[in-house]
Design a protein around this ligand. Structure first.
Ligand SMILES: [Fe+2]
Ligand SMILES: [Fe+2]
Length: 412
C-alpha cells in the first residue's frame, strides 16, 4: 500500500487502512472500494490523503508505533475528557474571557469530571499504560503518519503528541513513572483550549494580536485544569503549562528557559526554577512535530522530510537541541509507503515508494523504484538501497505530485 492524495485517486482504488473519525470510530473500513461518494465524504471531513492498494506496491505495510485499535480507543477517551471539561467551562462561564476569572470560578476544589471516584483520569492512566506497553515493544523504524480526519483535530493531535512523547522519553531513558506522567501530560497538554472560542482556534487565516493573546492563555488554563485532576503528581499539569515555552526564553506564558541538554536530568528536576522540565521540553518537541505534520485551517500538512528540516532549524533557540537530535534518529523522514523522488546522478527524477526503513540508519531507506525520470514505468521495479548510494538524496512527493506519477504510469 502507499499514501495517496485524494485528488489523484485512481478509479477502483481500494482503501488499505481503516479511516477513523475524530472520536476514533471507523468511518470507512480497509478493503472499501473508494467510489466518488466516499471520496467526497472523506474530503468533507478534512482528509487529504489515504492509504490505498491499487496493484502498484500492495505488499508494502507501513509500520505503526501504536495499533489502530488502541489509538482509536485513546482518542475517544481524550475526546470524552475534553467534553467533560467543556461542560464545566460552559457552566462556570468566563464572562470577561480572562484566565484569572476562569481560574477563580474553578475554585480550589477538585475538578468534577465524574462522580468523584476519579474514574475518568484512572481510565486515561490505563490508556497511558497500554500506550507505553506498545511503544516499548513497537517497530523501531515505524513512521508517525496518523491521518487526521477533522479540522477540529485536537483529540487525534493529543494522542500523536503522547505517542511521540513516549517514544522520545523511552529513547532518552526516562524511568517508567516519568514516562507515564509525560504521556498523560501530552494527552492533556491542550485541554486549556476548551476555554478558547472555536472561531479563534479554527480561524483559516493569521490571528490578530488580540486573538493571539487569547490563544496564549491555554497553557496556563491547562495547568489550572490538570492540577485539579486526580493525577499521581503535578508533572502532567506542568507539561500543559510549559509546552509553548522555548529554550531561549521567548515562549509563553512565562518565558521560562531551557538548557538544550538531555543528559542526567530526568530524576532530579525540580519545579519552579525558571527552567523548563525535561518532560515539558519533550512535550514541546512532540507538539511541534505533530502540528507541522497535520493539515491546519491555515496551511496543508508538511511531508515528513520537510517537518524534519523545520524541526532541525528550530533546535537550539526554540526546541531542545538534544531532544531534536534524538527525534532525528528515531523518526524516519521517508516512511514506508511514501512516494519519493531521487536526486543526484543518473537516477535524478526517478520516483518510487519507500519499501523499507533501516532502524540504525533511519534516513537512508530502501526505495522501490517504479517510474523513470520521464514517468515511464519500469518493466521490473527495482529496489534502491540508499545506504549503498551515498551520493543520492530523496524528497517526499507532496500534494498531487504522487498521483501525477501514477497517472503518468496508467496513461503510458
Ligand atoms: Fe498548545
Ligand atoms: Fe498542541
Amino acid at each position: 500500500m502507499y499514501l495517496q492524495a485524494l485528488d489523484g485517486l485512481e478509479p477502483d482504488a481500494v482503501l488499505a487502512k481503516t479511516v477513523l473519525d475524530e472520536r476514533g470510530r471507523p468511518l470507512l473500513n480497509a478493503g472499501t472500494v473508494l467510489i466518488p461518494r466516499y471520496v467526497a465524504a472523506l474530503r468533507r471531513r478534512g482528509l487529504q490523503a489515504v492509504y490505498v492498494r491499487d496493484g502498484l506496491a500492495d505488499d508494502l505495510e507501513p509500520g505503526d508505533v501504536v495499533s489502530e485499535h488502541l489509538r482509536a480507543s485513546i482518542t475517544s477517551n481524550v475526546a470524552d475528557v475534553f467534553r467533560r471539561v467543556s461542560l464545566i467551562a460552559d457552566e462556570r462561564g468566563v464572562p470577561d474571557g480572562s484566565v484569572d476569572t476562569a481560574v477563580e470560578a474553578l475554585g480550589e476544589e477538585p475538578l468534577q469530571l465524574d462522580d468523584g471516584d476519579g474514574a475518568v483520569v484512572a481510565q486515561l492512566y490505563a490508556d497511558v499504560e497500554a500506550l507505553l506497553a506498545e511503544v516499548l515493544e513497537g517497530d523501531a523504524a515505524a513512521g508517525l503518519e496518523s491521518l487526521k480526519t477533522h479540522s477540529e483535530y485536537t483529540f487525534q493531535h493529543s494522542v500523536d503528541v503522547a505517542v511521540l512523547g513516549a517514544l522520545l522519553g523511552r529513547r532518552l531513558g526516562l524511568p517508567h513513572d516519568r514516562l507515564r506522567e509525560l504521556a498523560l501530560g501530552c494527552l492533556l497538554h491542550d485541554v486549556g483550549k476548551t476555554y478558547i472560542d472555536h472561531a479563534i482556534l479554527d480561524k483559516p487565516g493569521p490571528l490578530t494580536e488580540d486573538e493571539f493573546d487569547v490563544v496564549r492563555q491555554h497553557p496556563r488554563m491547562g495547568y489550572e485544569l490538570v492540577r485539579r485532576m486526580p493525577c499521581a503528581s503535578l508533572l502532567p499539569a506542568h507539561v500543559a503549562y510549559q509546552h509553548h515555552e522555548q529554550q531561549g526564553g521567548r515562549g509563553y506564558p512565562r518565558g521560562l528557559v531551557g538548557s538544550n541538554s538531555v543528559a542526567g536530568r530526568a530524576v532530579h528536576e525540580r519545579i519552579g526554577t525558571g527552567q523548563m522540565l525535561l518532560i515539558a521540553e519533550i512535550g514541546a518537541v512532540a507538539d511541534v512535530y505533530s502540528a507541522l505534520s497535520s493539515d491546519r485551517p491555515y496551511r496543508e500538512a508538511m511531508a515528513p522530510d520537510q517537518v524534519a528540516g523545520v524541526v532541525g532549524e528550530m533546535a537550539g533557540r526554540h526546541l531542545n537541541r538534544g531532544i531534536v537530535a534524538t527525534l532525528r534518529r528515531l523518526v524516519p523522514s521517508y516512511p514506508v509507503g511514501r512516494w519519493v523522488e531521487v536526486a543526484g546522478g543518473e537516477l535524478t527524477g526517478w520516483r518510487g515508494v519507500v519499501s523499507h526503513v533501516h532502524p540504525v540508519d533511519i534516513d537512508r531507506p530502501v526505495v522501490r523504484l517504479l517510474l523513470d525520470a520521464d514517468g515511464e514505468p519500469l518493466v521490473r521495479p527495482d529496489e534502491l538501497d540508499l545506504r549503498t548510494a551515498p551520493d543520492l538524496g530523496l524528497r517526499c512527493l507532496t500534494g498531487d505530485e504522487a498521483p501525477r506519477a501514477v497517472r503518468e504510469r496508467v496513461a503510458s
